[in-house]
Design a protein around this ligand. Structure first.
Ligand code: ADP
Length: 688
């Protein structure tokens, strides 16, 4: 019983551990071993140098040691230097050694070598030594009998003892160095591939999931308050959190808890933000990972990471797993060799499918995933039982944009009276949450650049312009002729759109280069969900107005219309082949929303149909072009005046057009246009 209690206690303790990652035991680190080796190595070096004999020069050696018969032995090491051994008796009796010792030159307690003598070449040293000894012996043997002479020479002549010694520390160093280098490089590569961080143990962590874990102890500050708009999506994800917290409420009625939910929507609409808010709000552990984190250059790693992720998640259940950009692994699997299956990715996906809906029950684990390409996902992934729910996160509408502005304006210092959230939201149709966050940040930077103490309305407008059109490039070198062409091109757009009922309402026209564009006409697109054939035709006509103006006024066309033509061609093709807006082809659409035919070589229609499509597309475009040309010819004078004004002023507004062309018929103006008249760029003409 006692033991069990302890177990429970330990479990409780573990539960309360802070949880950036799983609780860790103090780890043995290989760096300690490196450290110890280095210290030993240094200590040995130090010891060997501090104990080495003192160096002496030839004079001291010859006159004070050799001449006085103190030298016992001379060892020449590696033909590099000589070690001098002094007789023990001499060391004790002779005062020169005492004084030398006091000076730190000798070492009595040592049995030798006591001194070192360096020389240039061993031959020279041998010769000098022999000469010196011969001299000394000659002196000693004066007046001695030949027998005595021989004895003295035999006893007193000190031969050189050669010795070859290896410096094993250096040898060891050079042996170890290449191996250490190879291991070092290997560890480095492995660590890079393992995603960095951690010790050398990372090498063995390939198959481990790289998900970061958040729970009540890790501070995730994002809450649902930070997510503006997206009310329906919020309700759905909140419900998911509720499933985990009170599963009984649902299971009592016989319902099953959903396995997963997929957040689908264009980039920057707040999918990741929503997931972060779930992490912040839910009182359950939250594993976050990106689809690409599963993929590695080694086969089998992805699948093993999926397994590990689910294993960890099950241990922490109830919990949520969030996989961002799931299309990185969830793409539809190839059907044949031609479509080129990526085995490793498919293995990873298969493992994910099995984990989500395998024999093993994932009780209390809910998977949230985000993607902006739901169309390319494998259908097996989307079936009920895996991602039961798809939560669509769309681009924000007017009201939602207001709410997003409110969130992102909060930390900014701005003039309260001059900036109305309503106004800003109207300026930004088609903008995503991320764009709006960017505008707010950019406006602060623009205001700071102008040394303002608070952000003004114009800074916001400049920020919007900058984000849509890129940086203003007033210093771009453009010749007078080119400038004239650009002015007429832009005037063409402005004039044609002014004269067409369904063209987007114009706001301003500029010939100041910005980003890649050399000039631009800015419109405020209507917020609409469906577009009629007439609207599309008018839009195409307005887009072609630029090139038409070049032809009408200069009888010479340029490359400046590339962007216009690309857009018009795509639009015309979509009208004919996708939207069924062509009489000859009828109500047929070759659009493939599943993305399955993306890589197939054959078209879903016959050669004859292909020809008809081409003919109809080119007919649509030429009709729109001729219409634009006719409008410009009919209003030649006015367009001329407009272009000249644009050349002098560089920017002209709607009011200027009204002065020249007279006001638009009331029924031309859309509801929104009447409400608001300011800036948003829809079209530009890159001349790159
Ligand atoms: P994605 O849909 O591509 O995952 P994110 O969630 O990463 O987009 O959004 C990027 C940024 O845009 C967020 O960090 C946030 O600042 C801003 N954002 C997007 N949508 C919203 C929203 N609904 N409310 C507030 N901010 C938002």
């Amino acid at each position: 019983m006692e033991k069990d209690n302890n177990k429970e206690e330990a479990k409780e303790k573990n539960k309360d551990k802070p949880m950036g990652k799983l609780p860790k035991a103090p780890k043995f680190s290989i760096y300690w071993v490196y450290g110890i080796i280095a210290v030993v190595f240094l200590a040995m070096q130090f010891y060997s140098t501090s104990n080495s004999p003192e160096k002496i020069n030839w004079q001291i050696f010859a006159n004070r040691m050799l001449a006085k018969h103190h030298v016992q032995k001379i060892v020449v090491v590696n033909k590099e230097y000589a070690e001098i051994y002094i007789k023990q008796d001499s060391m004790k009796t002779d005062t020169i050694y005492k004084s030398l010792t006091e000076k730190g030159l000798g070492n009595i307690s040592n049995l030798g070598p006591h001194f070192l003598l360096e020389f240039i070449t061993v031959e020279e040293f041998t010769k000098d030594l022999n000469d010196a000894q011969n001299k000394i012996l000659a002196k000693d043997t004066v007046g001695k009998t030949p027998e005595e002479k021989e004895n003295i020479i035999a006893n007193d002549f000190i031969p050189i003892a050669p010795a070859i010694r290896k410096d094993w520390t250096a040898d060891l160093f050079w042996t170890i160095l290449p191996i250490a280098l190879i291991i070092g490089v290997w560890v480095l590569i492995m660590r890079r591939m393992g995603g960095g961080g951690g010790g050398a143990g990372q090498i063995f962590n390939f198959g481990k999931s790289k998900a970061s874990l958040y729970d009540k102890n890790t501070s995730v500050t994002t809450t649902f308050e930070n997510v503006a708009g997206l009310e329906e999506a919020k309700v759905e994800v909140m419900e998911i959190v509720d499933f985990l917290k009170n599963p009984k409420k649902y299971t009592d009625l016989g319902g099953k808890i959903p396995r997963g939910a997929l957040l689908v929507g264009p980039p920057g609409t707040g999918k990741t933000l929503l997931a972060k808010a779930v992490a912040g709000e839910a009182q359950v552990p939250f594993f976050s990972m990106s689809g690409s984190d599963f993929v590695e250059m080694f086969v089998g790693v992805g699948a093993s990471r999926v397994r590990d992720l689910f294993k960890q998640a099950k241990e922490k259940a109830p919990c949520i797993i969030f996989i961002d950009e799931i299309d990185a692994i969830g793409r539809a699997r190839g059907k044949n060799a031609m479509t080129g299956g990526n085995d490793e990715r498919e293995n990873t996906l298969n493992q994910l499918l099995t984990e989500m809906d395998g024999f093993t029950a994932n009780v209390g684990v809910i998977i949230l995933a985000a993607t902006n390409r739901a169309d390319v996902l494998d259908r097996a992934l989307l079936r009920p039982g895996r991602f039961d729910r798809q939560i669509h996160v769309e681009l924000p509408d007017l009201e939602e944009r207001k709410a997003i502005f409110a969130v992102h304006l909060k930390p900014l210092k701005y003039e309260l009276e001059s900036i109305k959230i309503d106004f800003l939201a109207k300026q930004t149709p088609g903008f995503s949450g991320a764009d709006i966050a960017n505008i707010c940040n950019e406006s602060a930077l623009i205001a700071a650049r102008k040394n303002k103490t608070s952000i003004e309305k114009q800074d916001f407008l400049d920020a919007i312009d900058r984000i849509i059109g890129g940086l203003e490039k007033r210093n771009k070198i453009i010749s007078v002729k080119e400038k004239k062409t650009i002015a007429y091109h832009e005037s063409g757009h402005a004039a044609v759109s002014w004269m067409l009922k369904y063209a987007h309402p114009l706001i301003k026209v500029t010939i100041v280069p910005r980003g890649k564009a050399l000039g631009a006409a800015w419109y405020l697109p209507e917020e609409r969900q469906i577009t009629t054939k007439e609207q599309l035709l008018d839009e195409m006509c307005a887009t072609l107005g630029g090139r038409a103006a070049e032809e009408v006024f200069f009888n010479e066309i340029s490359t400046g219309a590339l962007n216009d033509l690309e857009r018009v061609s795509k639009q015309a093709y979509s009208m004919v082949a996708f939207f069924g807006l062509n009489d000859k082809l009828g109500n047929i659409s070759y659009y493939d929303s599943s993305g399955q035919n993306e890589y197939s070589f054959s078209k879903p229609y016959s050669e004859h149909t292909a020809e008809v499509i081409d003919q109809e597309v080119s007919l649509l475009i030429s009709t729109a072009y001729n219409r634009a040309k006719q409008i410009l010819i009919d209003n030649k004078e006015n367009v001329h005046t407009l272009a000249e004004k644009l050349l002098t002023n560089e920017v002209i507004f709607r009011e200027d057009l009204e002065l020249i062309f007279g006001s638009r018929p009331v029924d031309f103006n859309t509801e929104q246009e009447n409400k608001d008249l300011n800036s948003t760029l829809v079209e530009n003409i890159p001349l790159s």
